[in-house]
Design a protein around this ligand. Structure first.
Ligand SMILES: C[S@@+](CC[C@H](N)C(=O)[O-])C[C@H]1O[C@@H](n2cnc3c(N)ncnc32)[C@H](O)[C@@H]1O
Length: 314
């Protein structure tokens, strides 16, 4: 089934690879299903556009991708997409009844959300657009706080594309059922300004989480950062269940930090994450993992293993 993947207008070249990685995680062990994951775009859309269609084997995978993705805004089942409200009405009316009926029933609750790519709409504009959908036979009750079904009216047009330096794009109006939305609140939780131990090159949380997604990190994955610094990449990986370990050439980074309560370890404790299994001081120019080099390095004192000084078990 084809779903609308509505992206945020950020880090454009990372968007598709991030979603493909999440599909790989979900479909691990099912290469045939993974082969079916494909992209297409609405006609005349530039590759920088936020609108892509993605072929996915189920709603469950769509929900998983949306919930873990950093760059997806939401994934939707499109009931109609056109360039004008008159055409949109025809498209929605022609959408198969059996796809619509389960979400319109009298015992359900629903909400319609109006969204305009790159532009905020006033409450009056939103209400007008919602009222224009009066031909859709919703029989359930409106529930603004926790509806069972959420429908989105998403608009985009050329004026907005110009403002965002996107190539010309025809006006598009989607009416779609929400399958899943991204939860970017983790970026607030993990933002660097709240981080206990920070360095001048600490990795921004958004990039660290995208890296964890593209690195196919899931429960039990082992993630080793050979340039660990303050551990930001490992923190993101650990949030997704990875077992982590880090290395840095700078002994002050892996051993001392800025004191017993402000170091790589405390960055994990801050979020109640499992601690790295170890931090080692080593130089990647002569990696300690090569047995032939290891002895030499012992000889010149080139690597030291560190564990959390406040823990007796590690
Ligand atoms: C850009 S910082 C990494 C920042 C880290 N991602 C963070 O979030 O804090 C690069 C780190 O690599 C370390 N480094 C540089 N050269 C190295 C080498 N040859 N072997 C191991 N670590 C090295 C530096 O000491 C520094 O802490």
């Amino acid at each position: 089934m084809w779903y609308l993947c509505y992206f945020l207008h950020r880090l454009l070249e990372y968007r598709l690879p991030e979603v493909e990685s999440l599909a790989k995680i979900y479909l691990e062990g099912d290469p045939a299903a993974l082969k079916e994951v494909r992209w297409k775009q609405p006609p005349n859309c530039h590759s920088d556009s936020p609108f892509y269609y993605i072929n996915l084997p189920s709603e469950d995978i769509a929900r998983f991708i949306a919930s873990r993705s950093i760059l997806v805004k939401g994934i939707f089942e499109v009931w109609g997409v056109e360039s004008s409200y008159e055409e949109l009405r025809l498209a929605i009316e022609n959408y198969p009844e059996d796809r619509k009926t389960p979400y319109l029933s009298a015992d359900s609750t629903f909400k319609v959300i109006v969204d305009c790519f790159g532009k905020g709409l006033s409450l009056k504009e939103q209400t007008e657009r919602i009222n224009s959908l009066d031909y859709i036979p919703f029989q359930g009750r409106v529930n603004l706080k926790s509806p069972q079904h959420r429908f989105w009216l998403i608009e985009s047009d050329n004026d907005i594309a110009n403002k965002l330096l996107l190539p010309a794009m025809q006006k598009l109006i989607f009416f779609a059922r929400e399958i899943g939305l991204s939860d970017r609140s983790i970026l607030t939780k993990f933002e660097l300004s709240r981080r206990n131990y920070l360095g001048p090159t600490a990795m921004d949380a958004e990039i660290a989480f995208i890296m964890a997604n593209q690195g196919l990190v899931r429960r039990g994955t082992f993630v080793y950062d050979p340039f660990v610094g303050t551990g930001s990449i490992l923190v993101a990986a650990s949030h997704f269940g990875a077992i982590t370990m880090g290395e840095d050439i700078d002994l002050r980074v892996v051993r001392d930090g800025r004191g017993p309560d402000c170091n790589v370890w405390s960055n994990f404790k801050q979020y109640d994450l499992p601690l790295p299994i170890g931090l080692i001081r080593a130089d990647n120019n002569s990696p300690p993992w090569r047995s032939s080099l290891k002895e030499d390095m012992h000889g010149i004192g080139n690597w030291n293993a560190e564990s959390d000084p406040s823990s007796s078990s590690s």
